[in-house]
Design a protein around this ligand. Sequence first.
Ligand code: NAD
Length: 352
Amino acid sequence: MSETKMHLVPWDRLQANTVSVFRAAGSEAREAQLIAEHLVEANLRGHDSHGVGVVPMYINGVKSGGMVMNQSLTVAIDTGAMLICDAGQGAGQVMAHDAMALGIARARDEGSAIVSLRNSHHIGRIGHWAEQCAAAGMVSIHFVNVVAGAIVAPFGGTQSRLGTNPFAAAFPRDGAPPVVVDFATSKLAAGKVRVAHNKGVKLPPGALLDNQGKPTINPGALFDTPPGSLTTFGEHKGWGMMLACELLGAALVGAPTQHQKDGNGAVINSMFSVIVSPERLGTSGPFAAEMESVLGWVLSENEGGGSVKLPGMPELETKAKRLAEGVPVDAATLEQLEKSARDVGLTGFGAL
Ligand code: NAD
């Protein structure tokens, strides 16, 4: 397996070209912009698994009917404390954005809100939605299920049963970036295996089983017929959290759940979000003080030579570097972007 060459692409060029692909595919201007901004932000923050590399999957989704363009979010149930929104398989970057905006407004009025987003096309990097809440001064937690064909074996099993069901939480700070916890409940996000496969690099041990249930470090095993299975992070603990994402994110609110092996080609996400406004509750002062005490305490280890980072920090370090140097995109991904652009009638993805 030989590692492929990376191209360093200016983020704004990547974003403008991605907007063009979605405009050509039929997205209205706001939708194309929100999708492109989200994907390039994922690249900037180092999550190439959720960056422009998913464009081919989205364009295939548009063509197969799995992703419905220019969809509007509707509120199906509103009990005051809880909003259940239907996305109708609309573009996740619009559906999740609009659902979070509703939740933020509700939490601003009431102090807290639970918002459920049902049946959206892929909503990308979940931290993005936690950051939207944090930018409005809100603390939030997010449990997400994925319906796209089973891809993760439960702890104790060797056959895929669920998706990579991510979790995120964010805590806004005064005068500093928020703490952002954001991860798949599988040891590796599926997109990271795709990126490793495209780059021709091996996986860390323990993250993937081949289709015979045997551990492998070859990312191609996930794309075999039949495919291999990812494993859960944190053994039984990650498995429990993955299941909680499925039950809260989807089963509780009548959203699609993963209960069969094969998907229909589309990636469907549902998200259960709890949004809290410390300001409206009148607790923002003590909360900020306590949080800074905790953060200062955990980071004090670095004075003795430790390298403790707060969740969210690695992404900001990568962002600063990539804003300055460009976003690394491998040759296989560039080829896939070219093909997607031609599929929607463009002559190519555009100059980079
Ligand atoms: P990951 O394993 O890279 O973990 C990321 C988290 O760990 C972040 O909060 C990051 O700040 C923190 N972190 C990393 N290194 C750290 C360090 N040294 N010290 C402290 N904190 C550190 O994430 P992942 O599981 O590969 O997930 C990648 C992305 O995929 C996430 O954005 C997730 O939301 C997304 N995802 C989306 C879906 C979907 O269906 N939409 C499914 C799965 C994953």
